[in-house]
Write a protein that binds this ligand. Structure first.
Ligand SMILES: Cc1cc2nc3c(=O)[nH]c(=O)nc-3n(C[C@H](O)[C@H](O)[C@H](O)COP(=O)(O)O)c2cc1C
Length: 154
């Protein structure tokens, strides 16, 4: 996650469609780093999990045996990485709300333009923006689908 300052916000203004995004006092640029999916870094993370008793050595061993890319150029980002990013961003949304702040997931923007404007490394993939600030207004909740419309009972 990259928190952009006022000057950087001006740089990414051309990449967004909705002006509120850069009007917000803080904008997080939410990214994936391809280098995190190479063998060396995955193993480092697994070692940390073993040391903190989150997973067993046996489970880590199973992961070490997997064919993993050595070079960042060979990395195919797994679907789980996008799930992880979604979880991380949504935690930020919830924390912002708990602090009385408003936020908004933003995907309606040009990620390549943000990447270039911020001069990010080639291993970084920009996924979403999260503007955060005190809400200017309180809007009524939007209509929700009922439980029967979103759940299937077997
Ligand atoms: C993946 C994703 C992308 C979104 N992109 C945008 C966006 O580009 N612009 C925007 O105004 N809202 C965007 N939203 C926010 C939604 O419009 C919506 O306000 C938000 O998910 C909260 O849902 P609710 O209004 O039903 O409570 C996005 C939401 C998600 C989950």
């Amino acid at each position: 996650m990259l928190l952009v300052n006022k000057e950087e916000k001006e740089k990414i203004a051309g990449a967004v469609i909705q002006p509120f995004v850069v009007d917000a006092p803080a904008v997080f640029v939410c990214c994936l780093d391809r280098s995190a999916y190479t063998r060396g870094l995955v193993e480092k993370r697994m070692d940390e999990l073993v040391q903190s008793n989150v997973i067993s050595e046996e489970a880590a061993g199973y992961i070490y045996q997997r064919k993993m890319p050595e070079q960042v150029e060979d990395v195919v980002i797994p679907a789980s990485a996008y799930i992880d990013l979604g979880i991380a961003v949504e935690q930020m949304v919830l924390m912002a709300a708990a602090l009385g702040l408003g936020s908004c997931w933003v995907r309606l923007f040009n990620p390549q333009q943000v990447h270039e404007a911020l001069n990010l490394s080639e291993t970084i993939e920009v996924i979403a923006l999260l503007p955060v600030g005190y809400p200017a207004e309180t809007t009524p909740p939007r209509p929700r689908l009922s439980r029967d419309q979103i759940m299937i009972n077997y």
